[in-house]
Design a binder for this molecule. Structure first.
Ligand code: AHR
Length: 660
């Protein structure tokens, strides 16, 4: 910081001219940074829950494109051949099970009357299509008998068969061939479906019937939804944790997430039932599967795109302990450990290695420079510690620089938490993953959670958190301003303790408005639109105003952890010589705050970014930015700032400072 002559100008910054009910003095020492704030401090937790992958981020529009769901007709409709409207003379789709490889099944379509027969895919709660955009259709097909030589693909309205654009292409030959064409919708429609009709009669086989918007993130063919990735990129996240969450563990071991089955050619990735499919009786989603078109390569790639450190989490050989709790015997743990070692090779290995070579074949010869790997999600008890120990030994022996994330289970306190913490500390665990889905009040009461953590112990990854205003996992939990404000208040405690807390992420990330199982979530979307919740804007404000060093910020020599219902932290942005204050006023009254900039002066413009709202208010598709940060600036020169904080507000204040 620059040295200037001492000045005693008293700056009055009125954030807004509201009634002021109290006055509190904060003291900030800009000259003595307390600790570094890691570049990974604020990041993203991604899990395929709530249709986050298929039907969400992964832009595939056809549900069950390869007929591999347990009920292989799922997603496919034949309007003229249903039980209630049986017309066997029109035609039928059977599913042939070949019993070989990952993609066993294909459709055998016999058309008796081409005027009558239609095969419809309903999409993921239908399909959103946009006029002016192009949709790329691909499929594999072969003729078996008869003279079917044309296939027409049409976007339709399922209610009245209205045609929203179609295309016809020729098919020929008795061998499997790949076909591709495009469809340009004539209208923008939220709930279209996709229909195939046939010219001629006879039998054809079809497989991997796939439809994507051309307009994807980075224009990648068969890629991700641009709007959803953009929302993530806008957060400037320090890391991306994937693929979860409980999905890592599986309800049983057979259904755990196996990264090796999610890389290589898309048609060879084995479809798996999604563990959230029937988890909650109140939100049954029997048509929820994982195609793995969005697999580990794609997660690494998107991490790189958005500048986030990739943080993959792998099975520890323990299925979800809330479900079956199946545990692999210690003497059969070898393949699980090998999966972790091979993943490091896949991400970082030279192209001369087997897995590094696969990464190169998939289009990324350069290493992804993965630095972290997580072993287990919400595991607890001796079974975990025993298995984690074996993983840690093997990984550290081969890759000593990789930082391993370990678990203390699903709860932030209690016997299982204490046991795991003690054991993990004893084995010098580096980064411990804590989860808390708790009431908003818990978040306020725990703003000092990390103040007493050992500075020399393991570092903390606050890997999953969210304020649940009704009850943990209740379907009625809301993404309202109250929950977001309490999270903002709590996070001042994460930032103050950046010496201990190295990573933090809200969870879950995404939810489809009709396909969700869990509330609350950071981002909601339907088949055309998406919006960030107030919680999203809080996370984004933290991430985009992180700072590099924590500063001491006190009231009466104590950290600001709820005195006068205020919560605050301070950091320093070294590059710009800026002091960054984060202040949550959880009082229903406006409050006056004097910030004593001990040892420095503020100069020039002060930027203030504030979110405020009624506590019950939420964003929605109709009002996607009803609650969002609003920016203003003030001129100020002096040793003290006088701020007025609105009722129920969260503000980030950026001040250019110079040392006295
Ligand atoms: O975020 C939803 C779920 O909550 C995660 O899968 C799990 O880790 C936690 O219990």
């Amino acid at each position: 910081m620059k040295k200037v002559f001492k000045s005693f100008v008293f700056a009055i910054l009125l954030i807004s001219p509201t009634t002021i009910h109290a006055q509190t003095t904060f003291t900030v020492d800009t000259a003595k940074p307390v600790a570094d704030i890691q570049s990974t401090m604020y990041g993203i937790f991604y899990e395929d829950i709530n249709f986050a992958a298929d039907g969400g981020l992964y832009a595939e529009m056809i549900k069950n494109r390869s007929f591999e769901f347990t009920l292989p007709r799922t997603g496919w409709l034949e309007p003229n051949t249903t039980r209630t409207l049986l017309n066997p003379d029109s035609g039928i789709m059977n599913v042939i099970k070949s019993g070989q490889g990952a993609n066993n099944n294909f459709a055998r379509i016999t058309v008796e009357n081409s005027d009558n027969y239609k095969l419809i895919n309903e999409g993921f709660r239908a399909m959103g299509i946009k006029k002016g955009e192009t949709y790329n259709l691909t499929f594999e097909a072969r003729q078996i008998n008869g003279d079917i030589n044309k296939v027409t693909a049409t976007f339709i309205d399922p209610e009245n068969d209205e045609n929203y654009g179609s295309t016809t292409l020729d098919i020929a030959g008795g061998n499997w061939d790949e076909y591709s064409t495009t469809i340009n919708p004539t209208q923008t429609v939220m709930k279209a479906q996709f229909q195939l009709t046939f010219e001629g009669t006879g039998t054809v086989d079809m497989d991997m019937i796939s439809l994507f918007p051309e307009n994807t993130w980075k224009d990648r063919p068969k890629g991700m939804r641009r709007d959803l990735v953009q929302l993530l990129a806008d957060m400037e996240p320090g890391f991306l944790r994937f693929p979860g969450g409980c999905i890592v563990e599986g309800r049983n071991l057979d259904r755990r997430y196996q990264w090796k089955k999610t890389v290589g050619p898309i048609e060879e990735r084995e479809v798996l039932i999604n563990r959230w499919n029937t988890e909650f009786a109140h939100r049954l989603t029997p048509d929820y599967y994982q195609s793995f078109g969005l697999g580990f390569f794609e997660y690494f790639q998107v991490s790189e795109d958005i500048g986030a450190e990739p943080v993959p989490i792998l099975s520890a050989g323990i299925a979800c302990q809330f479900n079956t709790g199946e545990v692999v015997p210690m003497d059969e743990l070898g393949p699980y450990i090998q999966d972790a070692l091979d993943l490091i090779e896949f991400a970082n290995g030279d192209t001369s290695t087997d897995w590094g070579n696969l990464r190169a074949e998939m289009g990324h010869p350069a290493p992804f420079n993965m630095k972290y790997i997580g072993i287990g999600n919400e595991q607890w008890g001796e079974v975990y510690i025993e298995r984690y120990t074996a993983f840690q030994e093997a990984i550290k022996e081969k890759y000593p620089d990789i930082i391993i994330v370990s678990s203390v289970g699903p709860f932030p306190s209690g016997n299982s938490f204490d046991y795991a913490m003690k054991e993990l500390k004893a084995m010098d665990a580096e980064l411990i993953d804590e989860h808390y889905y708790r009431s908003p009040e818990w978040f306020l009461e725990n703003a000092d959670r990390y103040d007493s953590y050992d500075r020399n112990g393991p570092k903390i990854f606050a890997g999953e958190f969210a304020a649940h205003n009704v009850q943990t996992t209740s379907p009625d939990n809301a993404n309202n301003w109250y929950t977001a404000l309490t999270e903002a208040a709590f996070m001042t405690g994460l930032e103050r303790n950046a010496e201990v807390v190295h990573m933090a992420s809200y969870a879950p990330l995404f939810a489809h408005s009709e396909g969700w199982q869990w509330t609350p979530n950071l981002i909601w979307f339907n088949n055309l639109e998406s919006f960030g919740t107030p919680n999203y804007y809080v996370q984004k404000l933290y991430s985009t105003n992180r700072g590099d060093k924590v500063l001491s910020l006190t009231v009466d020599d104590e950290p600001v952890i709820g005195q006068n219902q205020l919560y605050a932290s301070a950091s320093l942005d070294n590059e710009n010589d800026e002091l960054i204050l984060k202040i949550a006023n959880t009082s229903s009254d406006a409050q006056q705050i004097i910030v004593d900039l001990e040892g420095s002066l503020s100069v020039g413009d002060v930027k203030v970014i504030t979110i405020k709202s009624d506590l019950e208010a939420e964003n929605s598709f109709q009002e996607p930015t009803k609650i969002q940060p609003v920016e203003s600036s003030f001129q100020a020169d002096g040793e003290k700032l006088n701020l007025s904080m609105d009722a129920n507000s969260f503000s980030v204040i950026r001040v250019t400072t110079v040392a006295l």
